[in-house]
Design a protein around this ligand. Structure first.
Ligand SMILES: [Zn+2]
Length: 279
């Protein structure tokens, strides 16, 4: 019994010691699938308003993985104006698709896939003045071929640590499990953080979090999500940076670049059911 409690104390001590050696975490917010082309109650617009002005941390900057030619989104006049607004307000725009729909890059005919990357780069230069440097694959699906093609087009691929799992709407657009879902995922990230497996950038450990800005529920609830992120970090005894969320485009880009997938042979952990579907 004594041996057992000594073992527990040693483990707790090691945990406390490695926790103290770890750099504080900082939440790197990312939004996929936008912009929305809605003319009323536009969710992308709502999210931009909240990021700019909220009681938790004003002027939060995020990465938007955009669909530049989506039929009801980036391909509309409303959508194009929102891309410009995201850029003007200091967010980082990154590539998701340049097809009319949310196409799986692995399933597009290769020529069409390659052409869509060229379209995407051109569209984004038009919106921001610079080519995109980051990509997130639709449905989190990639392989050695699609990853190599991203790299040929100057795009580095970013996945995620935490996902609100708000991309697919399963019947009722309501998440009952926001807190438990994020707690569970941050618990998994915490293991890697304690083991020193998460890169440190500018003295902080970026934790990538994914939402979908075309989801009206997410738009209505985004402030609650920000609070929950701080709450679960506190519950898991993970110190957060002075500013818990990123506040500059350069900072976002440096942090994201430290987390990109270099090698398609390494099976990265995907959020939600996607790991089970693709691996
Ligand atoms: Zn997507």
């Amino acid at each position: 019994m004594l041996g057992f409690s000594l073992f527990i104390s040693a483990a707790a001590f090691a945990d406390a010691q490695s926790k103290n050696e770890r750099a504080p975490i900082r939440f790197l917010l990312t939004f996929d699938d936008g912009p929305s082309g809605a003319t009323k109650r536009n969710p992308t617009k709502k999210i931009l308003d909240v990021l700019a002005n909220n009681p938790i941390q004003p002027e939060i900057k995020a990465i938007f993985f955009v669909q530049t030619r989506a039929k009801r989104g980036g391909g509309t006049e409303v959508g194009r104006l929102l891309l410009k607004r995201e850029q003007d307000e200091g967010h980082l725009l990154a590539f998701h698709t340049a097809t009319p729909h949310h196409s799986n890059h692995r399933k597009l005919p290769p020529e069409q896939f390659e052409q869509s990357l060229r379209f995407g780069v051109t569209d984004m230069i038009e919106a921001t003045g610079v080519p995109p440097t980051l990509v997130r694959p639709p449905f989190w699906n990639y392989d050695a071929r699609t990853l190599a093609e991203y790299h040929r087009n100057g795009l580095q691929m970013l996945l995620t640590d935490l996902s609100a799992n708000d991309g697919v709407i399963w019947g009722v657009n309501w998440s009952w499990h926001k807190h438990s879902n994020l707690l569970k995922q941050l618990t998994a990230a915490r293991e890697k953080w304690l083991e020193g497996k998460l890169p440190i950038v500018d003295g902080e450990t970026p934790i990538v979090v994914t939402f979908h800005d075309v989801n009206t529920y997410t738009a209505r609830t985004i402030e609650v999500y920000l609070k929950i992120l701080l709450q679960v970090a506190n519950e898991l005894d993970m110190p957060v940076a002075n500013k818990a969320f990123y506040d500059s485009r350069d900072g976002l880009e440096r942090a994201a670049k430290a987390r990109v997938v270099i090698d398609a042979d390494v099976n990265a952990k995907l959020p939600g059911i996607w790991n089970w579907i693709w691996h």
